[in-house]
Design a protein around this ligand. Structure first.
Ligand SMILES: [Zn+2]
Ligand SMILES: [Zn+2]
Length: 95
């Protein structure tokens, strides 16, 4: 996301540099003045940074969960293998 900010759809010479918190929308400063008067805004770079940080946190949690699940799966598989070998022994004995 580094580089030139996207241009405003209404004002080609303006960049989308503001983020309207009320509308959850990126705007240029002209659009903000005209259409979002009195709304609360944030610097779009800050918002992007926050979103990126949130996304990183989510990805990290998902990775942790996936490795935890993988560990459980290993346990279940080895348990199943043990059960399977027990059953083999029992059928061998009963026959
Ligand atoms: Zn605009
Ligand atoms: Zn707004």
């Amino acid at each position: 996301m580094i580089g030139k900010a996207a241009a405003c759809a209404r004002h080609a010479d303006r960049s989308l540099i503001l983020y309207c918190r009320d509308c959850s929308l990126a705007t240029c400063e002209l659009c903000f003045i005209l259409q979002h008067n009195g709304h609360s805004f944030a610097d779009i770079e800050q918002v992007l940074d926050q979103l990126r940080a949130q996304l990183d946190g989510v990805l990290e949690r998902m990775q942790n969960r996936t490795s935890a699940l993988g560990h459980q799966l290993d346990t279940i598989l080895s348990y199943r293998d043990r059960l399977a070998s027990n059953i083999d022994v029992r059928t061998a004995v009963s026959n």
